[in-house]
Ligand binder design. Structure first.
Ligand SMILES: Cc1cc2nc3c(=O)[nH]c(=O)nc-3n(C[C@H](O)[C@H](O)[C@H](O)COP(=O)(O)O)c2cc1C
Ligand code: SF4
Ligand code: SF4
Length: 294
């Protein structure tokens, strides 16, 4: 069965005050009012999102036999202000200078929790995380990724190589890679001198992967890792998302196997993570949004 096995909630009839809120918020038509009381009528359609229990004002809904955890702030108003959140979003930078200080498992678990609470399509919760915390393993992954790109760019350098590459990757991608050649050559020289321009000597590399049949896996993994990056920032750490690694994992079977990522999964997001060497007094600047209003 493809669908995640989900237990529907349990309504405690004597507690129910008949407010109908759970029926209104359920995205899966699981609950209906039976007279004055809410009732589970299509339990097998439940996606386990927990909205019913979270909205219930009278502790009438149990999920896995327990009441949902209460919001310590009451839930009436958001936990932070637009100003504070806006500042946090603009403080987060891609960090490319890390200290060698290891990150404890306790801190990493807090970061993982921020990913765990991210939304997923149909509440599939299908994001898998891979945490690389050993310097040796990160080095090995870096070397494999380097050799993947060495092969790609050696093709980019030759006319026939470019032709065959464009059949597999498309003309625009090859044009982009060709334009990147001088920068990549420079970067490669730096790497040769022991500068890690891939993971920036970060003590941790975080990778997400998920089943590729699900068209929302990419969205789920990206949203989750972004949550992780924000939590990392609040904990005094920095991150740098790593598209180079994502591409390498998905196009080099050797790397995917080495990481033990199942064949029917794809890697959708990755980042280097660690304590930052420098603090930014400035904020993120961006172009105006490319937006259309209709
Ligand atoms: C999907 C994605 C992939 C990225 N891949 C890399 C990467 O491989 N290497 C790197 O140094 N930065 C990478 N970045 C970081 C971007 O360069 C960075 O987000 C952008 O320049 C804006 O800078 P800021 O994050 O500090 O605001 C990536 C960012 C995203 C969102
Ligand atoms: S957990 Fe979500 S899907 Fe299931 S009954 Fe409650 S609101 Fe509906
Ligand atoms: S939200 Fe709670 S009190 Fe309101 S109808 Fe549903 S179970 Fe009953």
């Amino acid at each position: 069965m493809i669908k995640r096995d989900v237990n529907p909630p349990q309504v405690i009839e004597k507690q129910c005050i008949g407010c109908e809120r759970c029926v209104a918020v359920c995205p899966s038509f699981v609950l209906e009012m039976a007279g004055e009381k809410s009732k589970v009528v299509r339990g097998d359609w439940c996606i386990g999102c927990g909205h019913c229990g979270a909205i219930c004002p009278s502790e009438a809904i149990l999920y896995h036999g327990i009441l949902p955890e209460k919001n310590p702030k009451g839930g009436g108003v958001p936990a932070t202000s637009p100003e504070v959140l806006g500042l946090l979003i603009r403080e987060r930078r891609s960090i490319r200078n890390f200290t060698a200080e290891p990150v404890t498992k306790e801190i990493l678990e807090k970061i993982l929790d921020a990913g765990r609470y991210a939304p997923t399509g149909s509440n599939s919760q299908n994001v898998h995380y891979l945490m690389l915390t050993s310097t040796d393993q990160i080095k090995e992954l870096r070397m494999m990724t380097e050799s993947f790109y060495d092969k790609i760019f050696s093709r980019v350098k030759s006319g026939t190589g470019r032709f065959f590459l464009s059949l597999a990757a498309g003309k625009k991608t090859v044009e982009y890679l060709n334009e990147a050649l001088p920068k990549v050559t420079y970067l490669r020289e730096q790497m040769g001198r022991g500068k890690d321009r891939l993971f920036f000597h970060a003590p941790v590399v975080m990778i997400t992967h998920a089943e590729s049949w699900d068209s929302l896996s990419s969205f789920n993994c990206s949203v989750a890792l972004y949550n992780c990056s924000l939590m990392a920032h609040t904990l005094g750490l920095g991150c740098c998302f790593n598209g180079l690694l994502v591409n390498a994992v998905n196009h080099a079977p050797k790397i995917k196997r080495w990481l033990n990522i199942p064949g029917d999964h794809r890697c959708y997001s990755a980042m280097a993570l660690g304590y930052t060497k420098m603090k930014y007094p400035g904020l993120v600047q961006r172009q105006p949004p490319k937006v259309r209003w209709r």
